[in-house]
Design a binder for this molecule. Structure first.
Ligand code: ADP
Length: 542
């Protein structure tokens, strides 16, 4: 027997039309450097979304066509986030921080025909314009006060005046592509993930869940996670769905901008990778700012050190929510919320739980599979690869036949290694390619990094494997001292600090003090660069 409910498609259009009416008076804003915030209402936003879709239609964008964006976070980017999918086309957010050959590959492989580009990042694209053979039109957004337009470029505001605003959105299939995004491509070419309306719809609902980000109309969201990366954690979709006030970080937001906007606008939710929070913490500690309006800092993308979670709690009274996910999972996979019966636990135990990556979100099935292909028990000890499946997990990569990333029984192989404890909380110990295997035993670089970063003189630390004649691989710790401890922190201090906390074979063979940990385009530790730099460690005498 079949259910008798309507087969109503789960598309973004439903959210948009509802919000346009219910939240017409709410505010959206963008930071424009050295100017007051630009502000407008949801009603104006909705009208401009209809105009953008009309303009793109006038440029002959048809259902299924890819329209790329190459921009910082701004309200125009939000307009693209909604207009493009709702007209049946595909929003392709392109990461402008990648190496030029990767950008050219992504745009052409994605088959983008129009690119909407922020004037401040146009100089990154201009030298490769000729290689972008699929692109027939560049639309430029003025994102700074003194933005200069390239000769012959179409200005975004002119595009909005072209054609008739879309009055009726087309009926879409919920399985139609709405958006796409390429993973940063740590090996081989970047890989394209294609999101359906259904996936974005369900994921947005997920973000409003109390045990997730609990987004609501009352929130003031500050968008710092780049909108070119993993849908900015889907918050631009969920934010409009709930009708929250939203502020976009504008070109190149620095920790100081985050602090100032938070104070002025009484921001309640602001997510970012841990590196950003290390910067914010420094400013707040040095200058004393009031960031207490924040009710939640979603933090992920790389492991949030426990010491950082503790510090934000204890110094600023602001809770961090550690989350794990990937471009391939839209992106949220797990969230580290305490369960109610854990609240009375001692702080130490609670921080241990909160520093884990958390338990699976609704709609996400998760398992850990060991090297022999066996599903690992929930014992918090057995390490293996994390595999996931669900309605917002990718089932393949765009125009790629390889099935390497999927199991025969339909799970996505994340390439992350971790454990799952009896309460269902996962802990990521490594990415498969970052794992340190010493004499056949796994050593978690992430655990070592967290321990080292808890040292009072340490700013950042990355632990990588270096080749070893006997043990095959051994850990090497690359440590950045806090500025005031440059010259005074020693390798021995770090080793002595670790000694009582880890098994003997986990102790790094050496500690090198470095100026900065190299970062990827999205602010994660780039261990590839460190492994390359230190592969001959220790340096041979003479
Ligand atoms: P890339 O880093 O290649 O740009 P993604 O942004 O999709 O790709 O990153 C996904 C990866 O980031 C995950 O597979 C995992 O290795 C890492 N990651 C994300 N969140 C966390 C977290 N909370 N702790 C540790 N690692 C994380």
């Amino acid at each position: 027997m079949k259910g008798l409910m309507m087969d109503y498609p789960l598309t973004l259009t439903q959210f948009f039309e509802r919000s346009r009416r219910l939240f017409a008076k709410k505010t959206l804003a963008t930071r424009i450097p050295s100017q007051p915030l630009f502000r407008y209402t949801y009603a104006e936003f909705a009208e401009r979304v209809r105009r953008l879709a009309g303009g793109l239609r006038a440029l002959d964008i048809r259902p299924g066509d890819r329209v790329g964006t190459f921009m910082w976070n701004c309200h125009q980017h939000l307009e693209a986030y909604w207009a493009i999918p709702m007209m049946g086309a595909v929003l392709h957010t392109v990461n402008f921080r990648l190496a030029p050959p990767d950008i050219a590959y992504i745009v052409t492989h994605g088959g983008d025909t129009i690119l909407i580009v922020g004037a401040s990042v146009w100089p990154l694209l201009e030298p490769m314009r000729r290689e972008l053979t699929t692109v027939r039109e560049i639309v430029i957004v003025r994102d700074t006060a003194d933005a200069r337009l390239p000769v012959g470029g179409l200005e975004y505001e002119d595009l909005l005046r072209r054609g008739a605003p879309v009055a009726e959105w087309p009926q879409l299939d919920e399985r139609d592509a709405a958006a796409m995004c390429y993973t940063s491509g740590t090996t081989g070419h970047p890989k394209g993930v294609v999101y359906s309306h259904r996936a974005l719809y369900l994921h947005s609902l997920g973000m409003a869940q109390a045990d997730s980000f609990a987004l609501s109309e009352r929130d003031v969201i500050l968008h710092i996670v780049p909108m070119f990366h993993a849908n900015a954690w889907c918050v631009p979709f969920a934010g409009v769905m709930v009708g929250a006030t939203q502020i976009f970080g504008g070109p190149s937001p620095q920790p100081r901008d985050i602090v100032e906007m938070t104070e002025q606008e009484r921001v309640t939710v602001v997510g970012a990778v841990p590196t950003v929070w290390i910067g914010v913490k420094e400013i707040c500690e040095r200058e004393g700012h009031d960031i207490s309006s924040i009710r939640l800092i979603p933090c992920g993308g790389s492991a949030a050190p426990r010491s950082l979670i503790e510090l934000f709690d204890e110094k600023f009274g602001v809770p961090m929510l550690h989350a794990w996910g990937m471009t391939e999972t839209t992106p949220v996979g797990t969230l580290s919320r305490l369960k109610s019966y854990m609240e009375p636990w001692p702080d130490d135990q609670k921080y241990t739980v909160r520093a884990k990556q958390g338990f699976p979100s609704v709609c996400v099935d998760l398992r850990i599979v060991d090297e022999q292909g066996r599903v690992a028990p929930w014992d918090g000890k057995t390490m293996g690869e994390i595999q996931v499946r669900g309605p917002w997990v990718t089932s393949g990569y765009y125009k790629a036949d390889s099935t390497d990333h999927f199991t025969e029984d339909g799970w996505f192989k994340t390439g992350d290694v971790g454990t799952i404890d009896p309460e269902g909380y996962i802990q990521i110990t490594d990415r498969t390619k970052d794992v340190i295997k010493s004499g056949g035993e796994w050593i978690s670089s992430v655990d070592l990094e967290n321990l080292i970063m808890a040292h009072p003189k340490v700013l950042e630390a990355a632990v990588v494997a270096v080749p070893h004649p006997k043990w095959i691989e051994r850990p090497l710790a690359c440590v950045v001292p806090k500025p005031e401890h440059h010259g005074s922190l020693t390798a021995g201090e770090i080793i002595e600090f670790l000694r009582p906390q880890v098994a003997r074979f986990w102790l790094p063979d050496d500690v090198v003090l470095i100026e900065a940990v190299p970062k990827t385009s999205v602010g994660k530790f780039d261990k590839k660069v460190l492994r390359e730099r230190f592969k001959g460690w220790p340096p041979k005498a003479g």
